[in-house]
Design a protein around this ligand. Structure first.
Ligand SMILES: Cc1cc2nc3c(=O)[nH]c(=O)nc-3n(C[C@H](O)[C@H](O)[C@H](O)COP(=O)(O)O)c2cc1C
Length: 461
């Protein structure tokens, strides 16, 4: 190998990053100083070959230090136990796993939540972006804050802002959207192993809290295992595996590969969370059994049924609640902690929750659907939720609770069977277009541009 021409993919630029932290909410400072080029001492746990070769093909198990793996495993489990050994985890969800929703899910059995993905490019430099997106709350722990990005310095600077107000920092290595390809983040980093090693070791060495990674599958399970080991050796203390490849999205979403997740779990020394194909509490229990994972993360399932992890039993009152009452509880929490976007209450976020939680009602009742597409305030959403509750109580037979939002891609259906889903999606598209006209989002960072998580297909993160 010619080391003069074989460059590390990452090019870590660490010089001058302040270690002060101080917290996003308190306006703490994490400064990005002059960038000094590559830092060869970052990441000492791997063979130097990895630092010099950018692509996965040049790396194999022999390059991954057994001691680093073992140490990471020990620290990973120590951390996992310190936050209560969580097994029921709310996924990071752009525009949807905001504070009010997390608080709701915690009341229904979730024992760990992730923030939505924040873009490190924005978070590191914009106090308005930080203020608008991250709002620490005493009830909201344990909490993992997720970032995307490819620049170790920006990721570290972002993480420094929140390290005192969360329990770990997660790196998004799963987003398969076009916007992630453009921004060089998410699943598009999965083959840039030297860069990944740089990012993870930079965060692990410079933060006072652990680093975790959420990955998708590569084409081969063996390669995925090697990549995960590389991440763990670089300092990742928990790995979440979404059991699909980055090509398995939208209409090609397909089943989730729990067997691959099981094999990855068996091969790794750190806690592993399984992600994908969870639509009920029985699925959670089956997934834990079949994959052997330490925890189960749900996204779409819990979005539609925030009570999924406890089968709608409130951990506050011990009472089993109806779906509609849980929606009203969400609205109450949203009144206390309104989801915001650039200084205003985020209507897309609220509507997104209403749409998924009330799907079985709005999919068949055009009048309720029309109200949803027009609702702009929490009061209007509350009135809608009350109307749905009333309609369901009056005539439960007219709603088919099997035709869920979660199953929209996998359940064979025609427009007749589903009411008129095409009209539903068309209504959504109108709302998306209207929102874009009114409020063009930060396209380059790919945030919040999917009102119902449908534009590129939900789960496409
Ligand atoms: C609306 C929505 C937003 C999402 N945002 C993120 C995100 O910010 N970060 C991330 O890693 N994954 C994100 N995802 C993907 C989920 O975390 C999860 O990996 C995927 O949906 C598969 O899990 P599921 O089968 O439980 O839905 C998002 C998914 C949805 C539906």
């Amino acid at each position: 190998m010619d080391t003069r021409t074989c460059q590390a993919g990452g090019g870590t630029r660490l010089a001058g990053i302040g270690r002060g932290g101080g917290g996003a909410a308190s306006g703490g400072k994490a400064t990005i100083g002059p960038l000094r080029g590559q830092s060869p001492d970052v990441g000492t746990c791997l063979d130097p070959c990895i630092a010099l070769c950018g692509t996965m093909r040049e790396i194999d198990e022999s390059h991954i230090g057994a001691e680093a793996l073992e140490e990471s495993g020990r620290l990973g489990y120590e951390f996992y136990r310190s936050i209560g050994s969580p097994t029921r985890i709310v996924a990071p969800m752009v525009d949807q796993s905001e504070l009010a929703f997390r608080r709701l899910c915690r009341r229904y059995g979730s024992n760990l939540c992730y923030t939505p993905m924040y873009n490190s490019k924005c978070f590191a430099v914009s106090s308005a972006y930080r203020k608008s997106n991250f709002d620490p709350h005493p009830e909201d722990r344990p909490l993992i804050v997720q970032f995307c990005g490819h620049d170790p310095a920006l990721l570290l600077a972002s993480a420094k802002f929140v390290e005192k107000e969360c329990d770990a920092i997660d790196l998004n290595l799963g987003c398969p959207q076009g916007i992630a390809r453009k921004g060089r983040y998410g699943a598009f980093l999965l083959e840039e192993w030297a860069l990944l090693r740089d990012i993870v070791s930079t965060l692990a060495k410079n933060l006072s809290i652990p680093v975790t990674c959420k990955v998708r599958l590569l084409d081969s399970v063996e390669d995925t295992i090697t990549m995960c080991k590389m991440l763990v050796a670089a300092g990742a203390r928990i790995i979440t595996v979404h059991g699909r490849t980055k090509e398995q999205k939208s209409k090609a979403t397909a089943g989730c590969n729990w067997d691959a997740i099981r094999r990855i779990k068996e091969a790794l020394p750190v806690p592993v969370f399984s992600n994908g194909a969870i639509s009920s509490l029985e699925d959670v229990e089956r997934c834990l059994r079949e994959t052997g994972c330490d925890g189960v993360m749900s996204s779409e399932g819990v979005l539609e049924r925030p009570g999924l992890f406890s089968d709608n039993v409130s951990t506050v009152t011990g009472l089993k609640m109806s779906q509609d009452d849980i929606v009203l509880e969400y609205i109450d929490l949203a009144k206390q902690s309104p989801p915001h976007s650039r200084g205003r209450t985020s209507v897309p976020c609220l509507r997104g929750h209403m749409f998924k939680c009330l799907f079985t009602a709005v999919a068949v009742r055009t009048d309720l659907r029309a109200r949803l597409t027009k609702a702009r305030t929490l009061e209007e959403m509350e009135e809608l939720a009350l109307a749905v509750r009333e309609a369901r109580l009056a005539d439960p037979e007219s709603f088919d609770e099997e035709k869920t939002w979660y199953r929209r891609h996998t359940m064979p259906h025609t427009s007749d069977e589903w009411g008129t889903p095409q009209a539903l999606w068309a209504a959504q598209a109108e709302v998306v277009a209207e929102k874009r006209l009114r409020d063009p989002g930060p396209e380059e960072v790919g945030l919040g541009d999917s009102i119902f998580g449908e534009e590129e297909g939900a789960g496409d993160y």
